[in-house]
Design a protein around this ligand. Sequence first.
Ligand code: FEO
Length: 394
Amino acid sequence: MAVSEIKSGIYSVGAIDWDRRLFDELIPLPDGTSYNAYLIKGSDKTALIDTVDPTKEHRLIANLQKLGVEKIDYVVSNHAEQDHSGSIPSVLKLYPQAKVVTNPKCKSMLMDLLLIPEHRFLTVTEGDSLLLGDRTLEFILAPWVHWPETMFTYLKDDKVLFSCDFLGSHLATSELFVSNEAVVYESAKRYYAEIMMPFRTSIKKHLARISTLEIEIIAPSHGPVYHKPQFILDAYREWASDDVKNEVIVPYVSMHGSTSRMIDYFVDALIDRGIIVKQFNLTKTDLGELAMALVDAATIVIGSPTVLVGPHPSAVYAAYLVNALRPKLRFASIIGSYGWGGKMKEQITGMLTNLKVEILEPVVIKGHPREEDFKSLGRLADEILKKHQEHKLV
Ligand code: FEO
């Protein structure tokens, strides 16, 4: 990322990672990402908001040198995760007078994760401010987006909110500001689904908190900067709300075709009833796409054959992920088959304990589906339609 000026004296100095395709060795990043860092020059003091992933440290240092930054007084750490904090030790070496400004919980994590000595810290808490001369930083504690120590930094004079991971997007782009909201919407929704969705309750609180601020620009830690922030605030409000849509998500796996024959019939039955369906073959799907679909849907139906008396491992992985992401689903069910017996249904149901869902009668059959099995699938589709109607989703 080249150095870009957001406003007079406020610069983006982070790094674009065009090639990264996996985060935490788990989350697919089809469009790369960026690690955003921001330099704020006050009349007396200079502050750096966050750093970059250690793999891109040289880009941050080069950007600071390009700007001719001779002195950094404060390195504000909004979040201890290493994609933002990992280059703090090198920045502290380069600027020996700099203090790391963060909250006590983040300080403790930075000491554990990066072995930063205690004397390098200046701790702040909710509502504290830090004078840079003609500019003032204010700190807002915002735990659980998506770690317990996360916070926002607000530059009141310029109405800029530095929101750490919150409201961000995994998107590598050369454009400083959002230019195509449709593209950013998809990347931000993927990011929300994969990272923020389990913390929906905290997210609602933080949205309410920042609605009291005057904000012209939101500068997140990943993806482009929002110069029309209403777009992302509205999207987050919708995603984090309790509203669900007339949608059924169908992640499935099939070994010899019995389960896939059932899924094909069932999905058509849902479409015939006017329900939106998103079907994911778990051996081929990008799990990020599945996570995104879960943001809005009312119902999930997991399809699995029986392997070694239990669910197929791909179905186990999907059920584990769905349970961990805690989407606002209302209903769940299971479709599948077995050769001679097993506990597939019970094991999948037992993995969904985090979800506040009503389990609708599963359809689990022996062997290839017969006429009566298709009727059962039709009954399940009817039941889902009835539930969606009762909840006024249709
Ligand atoms: Fe982008 Fe939670 O780190």
